[in-house]
Write a protein that binds this ligand. Structure first.
Ligand code: PGA
Length: 255
């Protein structure tokens, strides 16, 4: 059985001061809930601070990227080893902001995916189509291509114990989430696509939705049978909004 997972992708936001208030408040507001799956993915420099603040909680630490190299002369990069050492567990890769701003190809992302799996870290693979691709009804083709890059490198069981975040680019950061029923269709396509390779991993893989998730649309999204939680950007920086989204995920599980 899949349990919905909420990941807060803080992107390039946060400060030591903000974190010292935000994390204790968040944990306090969630303290009455016995089980929830929540990951906070801050900028790299705040991983250690957040790890310490999360230490006694069931929330987990995540990161927003990883390098393809393990160690050595790679100025400015962070390796899977370092992420593991600091206690990060869920590592976002292939976010559209990295694909576009840093020209990360499917091939590079597939390398990162394999590397994380080899280190027993959980890749959170972001996939999704642009507005133009969506209008051209190319959503399935684009998602399949992004999944194929991973399957080709890591094999048919690649998605065992991993997370996929379907994030249509046109729904990110603008307050206009995709329609839950439409998202469900894409998630079902993704799951069916993986089923053709390996039914067991398809059944278990967490497929999150991402793109303007907020307390108003979360419940409706989580009601869909193949939406297993959310990758949340802007709303994850507002403690009450993040709490409401986590509660919606917990409620969806109970219904
Ligand atoms: P958003 O970002 O929730 O602000 O749309 C989501 C993401 O880019 O992961």
């Amino acid at each position: 059985m899949r349990y919905p997972l909420v990941i807060g992708n803080w992107k390039l936001n946060g400060s030591t001061k903000m974190i010292n208030t935000f994390i204790p408040t968040l944990l306090k507001k969630l303290s009455k809930i016995k089980k929830y799956n929540l990951v906070i993915a801050p900028p790299f420099v705040y991983l250690y601070q957040i790890q310490n603040l999360l230490a006694d909680s069931i929330a987990k630490l995540g990161a927003q990227n990883v390098d393809i190299n393990s160690f050595g002369a790679f100025t400015g990069e962070i390796s899977a080893e370092i992420l593991k050492d600091i206690g990060a567990k869920y590592i976002i890769i292939g976010h559209s902001e990295r694909r576009n701003n840093h020209r990360e190809s499917n091939k590079i992302i597939a390398k990162k995916f394999a590397l994380l799996k080899a280190k027993n870290l959980i890749p959170v693979l972001c996939i999704g189509e642009s507005k133009i691709e969506n209008q051209a009804e190319a959503t399935q083709r684009i998602c399949a291509k992004q999944l194929d890059a991973i399957l080709k490198t890591s094999g048919n069981k690649a998605f065992e114990n991993t997370v996929i975040a379907y994030e249509p680019l046109w729904a990110i950061g603008n307050g206009k989430s995709a329609i839950p029923e439409e998202v469900q269709k894409v998630h079902k396509f993704i799951r069916n696509y993986i089923t053709q390779k390996d039914a067991n991993s398809a059944k278990k893989v967490i497929i999150q939705y991402g793109g303007s998730v907020n307390p108003t649309n979360a419940a409706q999204l989580f009601k869909q049978p193949d939406i297993d939680g959310a990758l949340v950007g802007a709303a994850s920086l507002k403690v009450d909004e993040l709490v409401a989204i986590v509660k919606a995920a917990v409620d969806a599980k109970q219904n």
